[in-house]
Design a protein around this ligand. Structure first.
Ligand code: PEP
Length: 248
């Protein structure tokens, strides 16, 4: 990977007024073309974000997509609906979805499939909990999570983005060290190369308390192709600092 990708995950934050100010500030500060930036936003704001990003290099995406095509699935948003708004990326399998909504590896794999078939790039999130890391299960857990997605989407696996997000680092202020993250990223790359001749082109992002101070050292690792950024994506200056670090 040459061009890094920095994706903000706004989670359930924002308002029409706050989004307007944030996107104006980000768009005004995005100068570099050596890094691709994107934001994943709450579904009610798709039309607003589509409008505000229409002539910007900032790409944008959704935070989830339904595993079903259409029909009696109250509250769900389908891949076709995302496509109607020109959504470019969809997070799938974020640890908060796995934890609070019981999403299994199989459901996450189906969500990735729905996104891909609508021409949307799924950002497939994998990561271990603290208990799993302490029990020495990190490799087993992340490989199992990714294997389900490869199994269902093998033919177009080179079209996905992967995000390694250790659950213990999300929103906690505890970041994996660059070496800890690189070790897992190298493992994921190896797993992807068994499934695709183009594994070197698949972006593997790191997520978990990435901020302006730690971004450069994480992003300097060989297999870290960018970042998935939660808290720090809600302040334009912080997000732009990470984008700048990724543009070095
Ligand atoms: C996330 O929500 O994907 C994330 C990485 O959050 P934070 O940066 O706040 O840890």
């Amino acid at each position: 990977m040459t061009r890094k990708l920095i994706v903000g995950n706004w989670k359930m934050n924002g308002s029409l007024a706050a989004n307007h100010d944030l996107l104006h500030a980000i768009n005004a500060g995005l100068t570099s073309s050596s890094c691709q930036a994107a934001v994943c936003v709450p579904a009610p704001y798709f039309a607003q974000v589509q409008h505000l990003c229409a002539s910007s290099s900032l790409l944008w995406g959704a935070q989830d997509v339904s595993a079903s095509d259409s029909g009696a699935f109250t509250g769900e948003v389908s891949a076709a609906m995302l496509r109607d708004f020109g959504v470019r990326y969809a997070l799938v399998g974020h640890s908060e979805r796995r934890q609070y909504h019981g999403e299994t590896d199989e459901v996450v794999a189906l969500k990735a499939q729905r996104a891909l078939s609508a021409g949307i790039t799924p950002i497939v999130c994998v990561g271990e909990t603290l208990a799993q890391r302490e029990a020495g299960q990190t490799a087993e857990v992340v490989k199992r999570q990714l294997a389900a997605v490869i199994h269902t989407n093998g033919h177009c696996i080179s079209e996905i983005v992967v995000a390694y997000e250790p659950v213990w680092a999300i929103g906690t202020g505890k970041t994996a060290t660059p070496e800890q993250a690189q070790e897992v990223h190298a493992m994921l790359r190896h797993q992807l190369s068994a499934a695709s001749a183009h594994a070197d082109k698949i972006a593997i992002l790191y997520g978990g308390s990435m901020n302006a101070s730690n971004a450069a050292s994480l992003l300097s690792q060989q297999d870290i192709d960018g970042g998935l950024v939660g808290g720090a994506s809600l302040k334009a200056a912080d997000f732009l600092s990470i984008v700048a670090a990724a543009s070095q």
